[in-house]
Write a protein that binds this ligand. Structure first.
Ligand SMILES: Nc1ncnc2c1ncn2[C@@H]1O[C@H](COP(=O)(O)OP(=O)(O)OP(=O)(O)O)[C@@H](O)[C@H]1O
Length: 273
């Protein structure tokens, strides 16, 4: 998989969040992505996942199966854990999710509605949906945040297994949870630039994103963030609209991944003959 001169801005005339990123990812790579808050890590991960398109440059050779665990799992969906994971498994061609749920110590929570899960447990559900389809590219946005000690210890081994099976693993990680892994690559986002450090010491998390004007972008509530949190206060937070979408069956997985990444909720999937 290759990034060639990839630049990205959220809106026309906004500053570039990512500027001229070049990188090559090979099967078996485990990559730790660091950078200050707002440096553009999540943005880069979304570009890698195919959930956003580069403003300039290209990303080629993305593996067919991408597992993406966002930093904030959209837990406000009207499903129990089992219903949600079954549903994601169907979307992913019947991928086995139960062993992952067991491994991440979710088995006792399967009957709970997603909305009743603790932050860490909801995060685990996001990890299970990302792992179940044996991704060729596993993207983890702050995977260690909020996890209990056992799961924190399990994650490096899981990353190693995915890589050993020929997958690429990339994780943004303020907690250095993968740093001890043998052969881990260190990427950092600094001032809009993607840098790889060749030593075992990753580059410092020096500066936030791109240029001075990036402050505006960082501080402004993003459209996606606004959608995730909803309007402040009052019963309007609970108002929803349901939209029926028809699309080719082969696009369902990509569509759902993008939708979940944006914080939207899937209600029902129905395949016609
Ligand atoms: N949907 C959006 N629309 C406009 N600007 C955005 C959007 N999402 C993020 N940004 C801006 O892009 C910049 C990079 O954000 P990003 O979430 O990629 O940073 P990050 O390195 O992952 O930060 P953190 O470590 O805090 O998670 C920030 O300035 C942020 O405000």
């Amino acid at each position: 998989m290759r990034l060639s001169h990839v630049s990205f801005r959220y809106r026309w005339r906004d500053p570039l969040i990512i500027e001229d990123a070049d990188a090559e990812l090979s099967p078996g790579d485990v990559i730790e992505l660091t950078g200050a808050n707002g440096a553009g890590k999540s943005t880069l991960l979304r570009l890698l996942a195919g959930l956003a398109r580069p403003t300039a440059g290209t990303i080629t050779g993305r593996p067919a199966v991408v597992g993406f665990a966002p930093d904030r799992f959209p837990a406000g969906q009207p499903f129990t854990v089992t219903q949600y994971l079954r549903h994601m498994s169907r979307v992913r061609g019947g991928a086995p999710w139960e062993p992952w749920a067991e491994r991440l110590a979710l088995s006792h929570l399967l009957g709970l509605p997603l909305g009743e899960l603790s932050k860490g447990s909801a995060h685990k559900v996001g990890l299970v949906q990302a792992l179940m389809a044996e991704p060729g590219l596993l993207i983890l946005d702050e995977p260690f945040a909020g996890l209990d000690a056992d799961t924190r210890e399990a994650l490096p081994a899981i990353a190693t297994e995915v890589a050993a099976g020929g997958g690429i693993v990339i994780a943004s990680d303020h907690q250095a949870g993968l740093r001890a892994l043998h052969g881990v690559r260190h990427w950092s986002m600094i001032a809009g630039r993607l840098k790889e450090s060749t030593s075992d010491t990753p580059a410092p998390e020096a500066e936030p994103a791109a240029t001075g004007a990036a402050t505006t972008a960082r501080d402004a509530p993003s459209a996606a963030a606004a959608r995730r949190s909803g309007p402040p206060g009052g019963p309007s937070e609970r108002r929803h609209a349901t939209v029926a979408v028809t699309l080719p069956a082969g696009d369902v997985q990509r569509f759902l991944a993008r939708m979940h990444g944006e914080g939207f909720q899937a209600r029902e999937i129905e395949e016609s003959g």
